[in-house]
Structures are given as C-alpha cells and as structure tokens.
Design a protein around this ligand. Structure first.
Ligand SMILES: Nc1nc2c(c(=O)[nH]1)N[C@H]1C(S)=C(S)[C@@H](COP(=O)(O)OP(=O)(O)OC[C@H]3O[C@@H](n4cnc5c(=O)[nH]c(N)nc54)[C@H](O)[C@@H]3O)O[C@H]1N2
Ligand SMILES: Nc1nc2c(c(=O)[nH]1)N[C@H]1C(S)=C(S)[C@@H](COP(=O)(O)OP(=O)(O)OC[C@H]3O[C@@H](n4cnc5c(=O)[nH]c(N)nc54)[C@H](O)[C@@H]3O)O[C@H]1N2
Ligand SMILES: [Mo]
Length: 652
C-alpha cells in the first residue's frame, strides 16, 4: 500500500512549503509534491522538492568515517559511532582544557531550519561557552536596518499578496528564489489587475516576467527610492494624515528627499525620469501595494541602507508595514529557552561568519564542529578558510547528510538524517503556518539526528545539567506554546496545521512608538538618521560581480541530482567587444584575493560594467566562487557584501 505523509520543507528559503510525500510498499519515497491545501504552497512543487526522492538516496554519508590521509582528503575509513564519538570527545576535552571554550567553534547555518535540528541542538555548545557565529552570511543587516525605522523588521503577510493592487519586487528574484510568493503575486495580477514591477540591474527571470522592469545600477537603490519619495512629496501624493498620526521625522526626511531631483537620481542610478514617475504614480494610485524587498540585494556594502530607503516608500503612501523582507521577528517563539541560553550565565563569544576565514587560517579555533552548513563553499575568502581547516592542529568534525565540498576537510564525518528521516518543526521566514514535519522513512544507514549527537557528546563529556537532556519535544512545547494563535501544542502533536501569533502591523516598538522616518538617537547608534547613498567606486575597466540563487539548487545542494552549478559568467556585449571575447570563451575573473576560470555568456541581461554568476558555484577547476568574493561586512548589522565584489576579467 502506498502511504502518504506530510513533511514541511525546512530548507533555508522564503516559502517553507508543506509537502505530500508518497512511500511505496518497499518503504521507498516515490514522490514529493507541494500540498494543494496550503495557502502559500498552493500545490506547486519547486525543482528542489521534486528531486528529493532521488537526492535522499544519492551521495549520502551513511556511516561515521575517519580521515585516512592529510587534509583535504577524499579517503575515509568507516568506523563505529562509539569510536567516532570517543575520539571526538577526546579532542574536544583536550582543547577545552588547554585552550578554553573560546577555541571551540560551532559553525552552523540553515541547512535544516527545524527547531530541533538547528536550535535545540545548540544547548551543548552554549553550555560549554563555545564561540558562535553571527549568521551574517545572509540577512542580518536588513533586519537591523528595518528595526531602526519600524522597531521590528517584520512586514506584510504573504497570504495577503493576492489582495494587492500593486506588487513591487525590489532586488528580489522571486520567480527563482520564492516561487510560491511569486505565484501569489501573479494571483494579484489576475484578480486585481495588479501590475508586477521588478527593480533589478539584471534581466532576471522575474524581470523577464514582470509588467514593468526598472533597471538601476547595482548599489544605487537609495537614490532611486529618494527619487520616488521626492516625486510623491512634490506632487502631493503622500498620505498626510497617516504621516501625521503614525510617523516622526517627516520634515527632516522630506528635506533630504527633496535633494534627489530626477536628474541627480538618473545620473547615479541610470534610471530615467519617466520610470521614477511611473513607479511613484503606481504607488500613489494602487493601494494596497506590496513592496517585496530581496534578501539578495541586501548583500552589498550599502545593502542595509538600500533596505531602509525602500521600506519607507509604503509609509509615505499610508501603509502600515507595506513591505516584506523576512518575518522572523513577527513571531514570539522562545528561542533562548530552546537553545539553552536561558539556563547559562555567560554569553558565548560571537564572531563574524563573513570575515571568519582569516581567524580560522590563524588557528584561533582548535576544534570546529560543523553542521547544517557547507562552509567550504559558502563563506568568502575560501583560500584562507580551507588553509585553516587543513591545519594539523585544527580538529574538524562535520555532521552531514551528504558528502560535500566541506567533508574533505573533516577529521571525522558523521552521518545525519535528512528532514525526511526525522520529526521536527520549522518556523517559516515568511508565512505564519506551522505543522510537524513527519519522519517519512527510517534514518538511512547509521544516520543520527543532531539532538542524538549532542546528547551523546554531552554524556561523554560528563555533563550532568538536566536541562541539557530535557526531552526535545518538552522543550519545543515550552518554546512554542506561547507563540501559537490558533490552537495548542497538543493539536500540533495531533497533526494539525496551526497559525503563529503575529505582532500587529501597526505596532512600532521604536523609541517614539511610531515609524521613524528620521531615526531617533541615530548618532549613538552610529548610523545616518536617514538612508544615505554613496556610489560604489569601481576602477576603470573593472566590474561589479553579482551572484544570485538558481532555481534547481539550494545554495550548494542538489548538485548530485542536477549536476554541477554551471561555471559561467554573463558579460555585456559591449564589454565583450572591448575585451575581444566570444561566447563560450574561458575567462579569468580575478582580484587581489584570487582568481577563478569561468565560461563567458555574452548577454545584455547584465548592464555594462556588471557581471553575473550563479551564487555558491565553483569554477572550471572546482575553485569556489567565494575565493574572490568580498569578505567585508556591512557597517549596519555585519552581513555579507557578496554583491559588492570588484573584479577584473580577461580571456584566459
Ligand atoms: N531556488 C532557490 N531559492 C532560494 C535559495 C536558493 O539557493 N535556491 N536561497 C534562499 C536564500 S538563503 C536566500 S538569501 C534567498 C535569496 O533570494 P533573493 O532575495 O531573490 O536574492 P538573489 O537570488 O540574490 O536575487 C537578488 C536579485 O537582486 C539583484 N540585485 C543585486 N544587486 C542589486 C542592487 O544593487 N539593486 C537591485 N535593485 N537589485 C540588485 C540581483 O541581480 C538578483 O536578481 O533565496 C532563498 N531561496
Ligand atoms: N558568492 C556568494 N556566496 C554566498 C551567497 C551569495 O549570494 N553569493 N549567499 C549566502 C547566503 S544568502 C546563504 S544563506 C549561505 C548558505 O550557505 P550554506 O548554509 O553553507 O549552504 P548550503 O549549501 O545550503 O549548506 C547547507 C548544508 O547543510 C546540509 N544539511 C541539510 N539538511 C541537513 C540536516 O538535516 N542535518 C545536517 N546535519 N545537515 C543538513 C546540506 O547537505 C548542506 O551541505 O551562502 C552564502 N554564500
Ligand atoms: Mo540566504
């Protein structure tokens, strides 16, 4: 008999899809499809979930393994859990004793965002006081930027998209990175004739499908946003009553915005006056609107400034939080209970994920525990990072579902079950629906969960704190129960889909209790009170290199079923002519930190002076893209600046 299970996709993605998983008589997964009854998933399956039935059985780490040669090493020997755990604890204890807990690094990210797999499993490391990272690779700067103006960074609910009269995707390639919100936006178009606007320097898949595509140069969105604000202000298209009641600092904001004449905006951003006017008029006429701010475009030197600037437009036309960025701050799940921070008295040291590589190279961490992450691809400055992982005096443990580019740097590789092999619950980034993701098949090989591994390590370390061993679903209950709106934890355990409580759209926990168009106390916070624009300096003849997500891959995942992420770079035809390049030529893309070799695609999808390549790929010799990307952090919030990478390019 074919059995049907419900799983919830815990991958690091906007959509957190509810999935139907079919298992045949032999216990083999035969299909994974989007749940038609879920308000966001709407029965649509993305190219990744479709391939889960194949990927779950491909390239898996099935047993614990020990390294057999010098790092990086492709030769591993199978071992037992007992021996692997004893060896790991031997090294961990020695490092703790000799160098202290700050020399132990927990290096994890969002491979599986399930609360047990990714949060409860921090308890051991928090108790030890191990060094943690700030998770700055992705979205942190945008969150901080929005909280300056709005108190918290959450915005509109994706389920409201079909009601919108206008949807603007700003630096957000949702047709690829958030298929389900894109689908809901298309519903708005069908139902309300809502124009779909995309603002992107690149003709992305979203730009191709948009009604209106506006094309600023990279890093010039603050100027464009001010241009729109100025048009709204001088033409009296703003909502004065709303501004009076719900905002502070309008006069100061206004005097900054007035400086951004169409000529000045055009000279910086390349966007024509007509386009600024069209966008401003749409904002004033078509309400309510949704301004969808991409996490991707936030990953640049001025990313946080751009997010702030764009987010203020909906306030000018009288909308409470008329933007979306990421809704994690809307919910009140008790994470510090779940990850054990409520129980410990110290604050573990935190280091930047983005600029981590040099400190790893210097050997600042003698024991590195990696899970839910593929850092030997995803972190910038790969040469330094890989050199650090390869040191004899740095002990590296990787707990993984699949063999990855990071596993060759491990002293021990431990097998982990995928999300289809364990019960868990993920809190979405965007929508507010939660349900238990059921274990569909038994853990493959000798795979074990993150919770099990943590408890086994803790026991061997001789730790007795009872909270460390609290049954995980009891901890989950405590953390989650107060966050639920539509039912109880018992209902969840019975398989129901529940809604999370959200803060009100008009709740602004800023110092003034209102939307701060001009940020109170900005000086003490070390920021400009209003968004500011400085152009990215690109030396003559060099390029800005953009990188962004592909639909078939989740970062580095799914290469085992779809093949390698293509090692390609898009070059504008005029730049190609100047460099005498032909389609398919191999080019060196380089800067002071390194070089990679890519195949050129000549295309006016990118503007002159701008290159594009898929994020998180490797070049023709398997050198990661992140060998040459920027490892600078943003001033606000410390996030990555991948899209501010400056390179030269020449025929190889
Ligand atoms: N299929 C798939 N979906 C994913 C992911 C995945 O790996 N695969 N990853 C998930 C994760 S973790 C993330 S963070 C998100 C990322 O998803 P998005 O937020 O959509 O980010 P990107 O894919 O980087 O696309 C950002 C777009 O912004 C444009 N852009 C770059 N610089 C600028 C600029 O200065 N101004 C403007 N206006 N636009 C600019 C780029 O050309 C690009 O088209 O996707 C999530 N969804
Ligand atoms: N150049 C460039 N670099 C980038 C970006 C960019 O745009 N350009 N984007 C950045 C962004 S936004 C992000 S979010 C990061 C993503 O960076 P990473 O999180 O490092 O990327 P993934 O490839 O998704 O790695 C997740 C790993 O977790 C493993 N995994 C999955 N499920 C489980 C599980 O249940 N248990 C365990 N133990 N492991 C599991 C997967 O097999 C995979 O190897 O990359 C960043 N790097
Ligand atoms: Mo991300």
């Amino acid at each position: 008999m074919v059995q049907e299970h419900r799983a919830v996709c815990p991958r690091d993605c906007y959509d957190t899809c509810f999935l139907r998983v079919l298992v045949d008589e032999d216990g083999t997964i035969t299909s994974v499809t989007g749940d038609p009854s879920h308000v966001i998933t709407q029965g649509l399956t993305c190219p990744r979930a479709i391939k889960d039935p194949e990927r779950v059985y491909t390239n898996r780490v099935l047993y614990p393994h020990m390294r057999k040669g010098p790092k990086p090493c492709d030769s591993f020997e199978r071992t037992t859990w007992q021996s692997a755990l004893d060896t790991i604890v031997g090294h961990l204890s020695a490092v703790l004793e000799q160098y202290g807990p700050e020399s132990v690094l927990l290096l994890d990210y969002a491979g599986n965002t399930g609360l047990l797999s990714s949060v409860y499993s921090h308890r051991l490391w928090n108790l030890l006081g191990a060094t943690r990272t700030d998770y700055g690779l992705c979205a942190t700067s945008g969150h901080v930027a929005l909280s300056f103006h709005y108190g918290r960074s959450y915005g509109l609910q994706p389920e409201d998209l079909p009601k919108m009269k206008l949807v603007v995707y700003w630096g957000f390639n949702a047709a690829v990175s958030s298929l389900h919100m894109w689908n809901l936006s298309k519903m708005a178009k069908r139902l309300n004739d809502a124009p779909l606007v995309v603002i992107d320097p690149r003709r992305s898949r979203s730009a191709e499908q948009a009604d209106i595509w506006i094309r600023p140069l990279p890093g010039t969105d603050v100027a464009l946003a001010y241009g729109v604000a100025r048009h709204l202000i001088v033409n009296e298209l703003i909502d004065e009553a709303f501004i009076k009641r719900w905002t502070v600092g309008f006069d100061a904001f206004r005097s900054e915005a007035l400086k951004w004449t169409p000529e000045r905006v055009a000279s910086i951003s390349g966007v024509k006056e007509e386009d600024i006017e069209t966008l401003a008029r749409l904002y004033s006429r078509r309400r309510p609107s949704a301004t969808m701010i991409g996490v991707g475009f936030q990953k640049s030197i001025l990313g946080a400034e751009s997010v702030r600037a764009v987010s203020l437009i909906p306030a000018l036309v009288g909308l409470h939080r008329g933007f979306f960025y990421s809704n994690t701050s809307a919910f009140s799940v008790n994470m510090s209970y779940l990850d054990g921070m409520d129980f410990v008295r110290h604050t573990p040291p935190t280091v930047s994920q983005v600029s981590l590589a040099e400190s790893v190279r210097r050997g600042e961490f003698r024991f590195v525990f990696i899970y839910n992450m593929n850092p030997a691809m995803s972190i910038p400055n790969q040469e330094a990072l890989r050199a650090g992982f390869s040191r004899d005096d740095v002990y590296v443990v990787v707990h993984e579902t699949h063999w990855t580019e990071t596993t060759p740097f491990a002293d021990v590789v431990l097998p982990a079950g995928t999300y289809l092999e364990k019960d868990d619950l993920a809190i979405p980034w965007a929508h507010r629906y939660v349900a238990i993701s059921q274990r569909v098949i038994p853990p493959q090989g000798e795979s074990k969960s993150e919770v099990w591994v943590m408890h086994e390590l803790a026991k061997r370390l001789g730790l007795h704190e009872s909270w460390l061993y609290e049954p995980p679903w009891d901890a989950m209950r405590t953390a989650l129960e107060p966050a639920l709106e539509s039912g109880t934890f018992a209902d969840l355990l019975n398989g129901e889909v529940l809604r999370l409580k959200c803060h009100e759209a008009s709740d602004y926990p800023t110092p003034s209790g209102k939307i701060e168009l001009y940020v109170t106390g900005a000086e003490e916070k070390g920021i400009s009170p209003v968004p500011y624009q400085v152009p990215l300096a690109v030396p003559d003849g060099q390029f800005i290199l953009l990188s962004s997500a592909l639909s078939k891959y989740s970062h580095t995942q799914f290469q085992e079923v779809y093949g390698a992420i293509p090692p390609v770079v898009q070059v504008h035809p005029k730049d190609a002519r100047r460099l005498e390049l032909e389609e398919g030529d191999v080019v060196r893309v380089y800067n002071s930190v390194g070089e990679i070799l890519l195949k050129s695609i000549i295309s006016d999808s990118v503007p002159e002076g701008v290159l594009w390549t898929p994020s998180l790929g490797a070049d023709m010799n398997k050198t990661p893209l992140n060998t040459i990307t920027s490892s600078s952090t943003q001033k606000i919030g410390g996030a990555s600046t991948f899209n501010s990478t400056i390179v030269s390019l020449e025929k190889a």
